[in-house]
Design a binder for this molecule. Structure first.
Ligand SMILES: [Zn+2]
Length: 310
């Protein structure tokens, strides 16, 4: 984990991309201070707070959750004095989390299903004990404008793109965007609820700001080449998957035969399964918040990675 100053008194806390859950956070250390996203568990969030404590006089008064995935908000409780800000649909999605992840993981570790055991192994670096879900209480609809000691800051709703309640944080004067999981850079994105159209529009919105620095939800810091590259991936996968859909090819088969071309060296390529499934959902006309059979998709991801490695 590394603290990087990306503009005057604006920091990114970056976790190296080692797979699932290695998200980034941000600190705007002006006035009362604002943190963008906490981490997936309490030990990692404590480490992040330790890095921020080197530069802040007191903990930030505001915490923004870019969306509800645990790797962006399960450390919220370590900011007991702060106001937690998020989109209304982000706050509502907190109710979907399983009540006891630690117990579920223990069962998964002993599973007879190799895909489930593999998934449990990927989660082994994380310690989900003691988490008390702490959803946002200050809710955003379309946008929320704040000023931190004279510095303007925009929290903008761009979902449903990666999830229902996606927001980005834009610092227009400093030309910095904290993109949350609207941007995965050099790592494969994963589609939950939302549409390709909204996701591409969200990336276009970031590009239109002409930012000097974009901090992605996952992957290294970049400029506009980051959102441009993810746009190319989304267009490519959508077009290829549409052909497979029209030919009646099931999701996993479509994933196995898709040549990832320039995107093949992005980490976690097997997440392609989620992205193809998203295309199929859209083409079937499913509603954007239709339930996702994540267990089946994680199994198929495992099968895809086995077939590619073998
Ligand atoms: Zn994430």
């Amino acid at each position: 984990m590394e603290l990087r100053e990306v503009a005057a008194s604006v920091y990114a806390c970056l976790q190296e991309d080692r797979g699932l859950g290695c998200s980034n956070s941000g600190l705007i250390n002006h006035g009362p201070g604002l943190v963008v996203d906490t981490f997936w568990d309490l030990p990692h969030t404590r480490e992040m707070i330790g890095l921020y404590a080197d530069v802040w006089a007191q903990p930030a008064a505001h915490v923004v959750n870019t969306h509800h995935n645990g790797d962006h908000c399960w450390g919220n409780q370590l900011f007991p004095e702060s106001e937690i800000i998020g989109h209304r649909l982000c706050a509502e999605s907190f109710e979907d989390f399983p009540p006891d992840v630690t117990e579920a993981l223990r069962l998964a570790t002993d599973s007879e299903d190799p895909a489930i055991r593999d998934f449990a192994e990927k989660l082994a670096p994380w310690d989900f004990s003691g988490i008390e879900l702490t959803p946002p209480t200050r809710l955003v609809e379309d946008r929320l404008d704040l000023e931190l000691d004279g510095l303007p800051l925009e929290i903008l709703y761009v979902g449903p793109a990666h999830t229902m309640g996606d927001v980005i944080v834009h610092l227009p004067e400093q030309r910095v965007v904290f993109a949350g999981d609207i941007l995965f850079y050099r790592c494969t994105p994963i589609s939950w609820e939302g549409t390709f159209e909204r996701w591409i529009a969200a990336l276009d919105r970031i590009i239109a700001f002409e930012p000097e620095v974009v901090v992605p939800g996952h992957g290294p810091i970049c400029g506009t080449e980051g959102p441009e590259s993810l746009k190319s991936y989304l267009f490519y996968v959508r077009d290829e998957a549409k052909c497979s859909f029209e030919a009646g090819i099931p999701v996993l088969e479509a994933a196995k035969k898709m040549d990832l071309g320039p995107f093949a060296d992005w980490t976690e390529p097997e997440r392609l399964v989620f992205n193809i499934e998203r295309v199929y959902r859209e083409l079937r006309g499913d509603s954007v918040d239709a339930p996702i059979d994540a267990l089946t998709l994680f199994r198929q991801m495992y099968e895809l990675s086995q077939s590619r490695n073998g």
